[in-house]
Design a binder for this molecule. Sequence first.
Ligand SMILES: N[C@@H](CCC(=O)N[C@@H](CS)C(=O)NCC(=O)O)C(=O)O
Length: 197
Amino acid sequence: MKLYGTTTSPFVRRVRIVAAEVGATFEMVNTAHDEGQAALRAVSPIWKVPVAEVGDRVLYDSRVIIEWLTTFHGWGDLRAPSDRWREANLVNAIDGALESAIELFYLRREGIDVSGIPFGQRQVERMDAIFAWLSSELGQDGFGAGLGLPEISLCATLDWMDFRETYPTAKLEGAIPALRAAYRERPSLVETRPVVS
Ligand SMILES: N[C@@H](CCC(=O)N[C@@H](CS)C(=O)NCC(=O)O)C(=O)O
């Protein structure tokens, strides 16, 4: 498999974590630089990462790539979803928070003071609301027993928020920091921590 992406993207990281967990190997095309970006644009009209190339098939979107990985490699030591609709809701909510943070990051990079505009405040309030709901969904075992896609997605989101300073995750209390602490040293998470490359 050829994986187009960066070593900072939280969506790419989900795929890298699942690949490590299920024992799938891939060759990475770094899209942070001009050459990789041109290669990405040649295979995807969406211009977002991750994108995977498997044989003559091209897969867009982290969820689709993860579905491909688990379909052809199994779930390894990961938790397969027992209630796929609930897990989809959890991942959708996590994506909602992450997309808000990414929008703020891009705007800030353009020099816009996001804290001073209603759009920026709405994103922060949305992230607060999502994390409050996720906290209420978390039990002693996470969202279920073992490491599943919602846990991977949430840990990757929070690590990226810290890395890019897009949301003050230190203010989160209770079940969310406990979940992070439980998986912080898992090899697949350690090996994929965000770094600029
Ligand atoms: N729904 C997509 C989201 C992917 C996404 O937003 N990727 C970001 C990087 S974290 C990106 O490539 N952004 C480039 C852009 O917006 O121009 C997925 O799950 O793969």
